[in-house]
Design a protein around this ligand. Structure first.
Ligand SMILES: [Zn+2]
Ligand SMILES: [Zn+2]
Length: 328
């Protein structure tokens, strides 16, 4: 539908959206699940993963200029609460989310707070700019500790898991296990982590396979990106004693866990992980790209005009596509 071009406030910029990516959150919104009903107050333009060109500046914005290409950090911090003032803006107590609480980026133009803009080199492919946000979700979960020369198990190989696997591989993990029930997605793993052991939990006991392959020790690091209760339970089951677990995927309901066996007796360290550090995670991604050791672009499997968003979201919901890019 036609709407007015938004007017940036003093601390905002107006961007012309160059590329937007479809996220699992957008599927929730499109299907109007309880998750979406609890968060959105329509009418709202949704979509949040994007890159765009700054075309208009708020009066107080000094950090950007018209013509800059930016990627968008989805989480809007209030810059005032305890978390923000102690370096943890990404878990701001009063956080708003672009495309959920504010109008988003499935549009030709979007109003973005300058605090949420990550400036990109001018020659950056806008598609790449649009997938930094979801890639950052993986990176924030992975970098809760050492990854170099560690054995790592990843549960869930959707787009975020795939980009995570590529990063883990580039950072020099010693052994990688990829657990994913969709054969289509499992087949994409070698493009990101060529030496990963591929495990399909629909066909085999992935936990047993990982324990056997590590001589009964378990892995140094395990990460759940699936949000599936079995994935979370698996991630906790395969981590070695005093190992590290990152929980990134969001289960839709409470999950039953054996804390005694999996965490307490193991002295396991369990990290929740959400969003991306502002801007530590973004610098980590930039460093990894500049190293030339990992390129996340192969996660993009489909590209289409924004007008086809409903088709794109249906494809994403089908669980077979990688990242889908929309062009306004
Ligand atoms: Zn997202
Ligand atoms: Zn805050």
């Amino acid at each position: 539908m036609d709407v007015d071009i938004p007017e940036p406030g003093p601390k905002d910029v107006l961007i012309k959206v160059k590329a937007a990516a479809i996220c699992g959150t957008d599927i929730h919104i499109m299907e109007w699940t309880p998750f979406a009903q609890a968060r959105l107050k329509p009418p709202v333009i949704f979509g949040h993963e994007c890159s765009g060109e700054v075309v208009k500046m708020g009066s107080q914005v000094a950090s950007l200029a018209v013509g800059d290409l930016v990627a968008v950090e989805t989480h809007i911090p209030d810059e005032a609460c305890f978390m923000c003032r102690t370096g943890l803006q990404h878990i701001c107590q009063n956080m708003a989310i672009i495309g959920v609480h504010t109008d988003g980026v499935f549009a030709e133009y979007a109003k973005i707070p300058a605090v949420c803009c990550w400036k990109l080199p001018k020659d950056t492919n806008p598609d790449l700019g649009a997938i930094l946000e979801p890639w950052g979700v993986a990176v924030n979960g992975i970098l809760k500790g050492e990854i170099n020369n560690r054995s790592v198990a990843v549960f869930g190989c959707g787009p975020i898991g795939l980009m995570g696997l590529g990063s883990i591989n580039a950072w020099g993990a010693s052994q990688i296990f990829a657990v994913e029930p969709s054969e289509t997605r499992l087949k994409m793993v070698p493009r990101f982590a060529p030496d990963a052991v591929l495990l399909n939990p629909a066909k085999e006991d992935a936990v047993k396979a990982i324990m056997d392959a590590t001589g009964g020790l378990g892995v140094d690091v395990s990460i759940d990106i699936s949000g599936n209760p079995k994935g979370i339970q698996g991630a906790l089951a395969v981590v070695r004693r005093a190992g590290r677990v990152s929980l990134v995927g969001l289960p839709s309901e409470p999950v039953t866990l054996d804390l005694t066996a999996n965490i307490i007796y193991k002295e396991a360290r369990v990290f929740g992980s959400t969003g991306r550090m502002m801007w530590g995670t973004w610098y980590e991604m930039q460093n990894l790209m500049e190293s030339g050791k990992f390129d996340p672009m192969p996660v993009i499997t489909d590209r289409m005009p924004l007008a086809d968003f409903a088709k794109g979201i249906e494809m994403a919901a089908g669980g077979k596509a990688g990242k889908i890019i929309l062009y306004p």
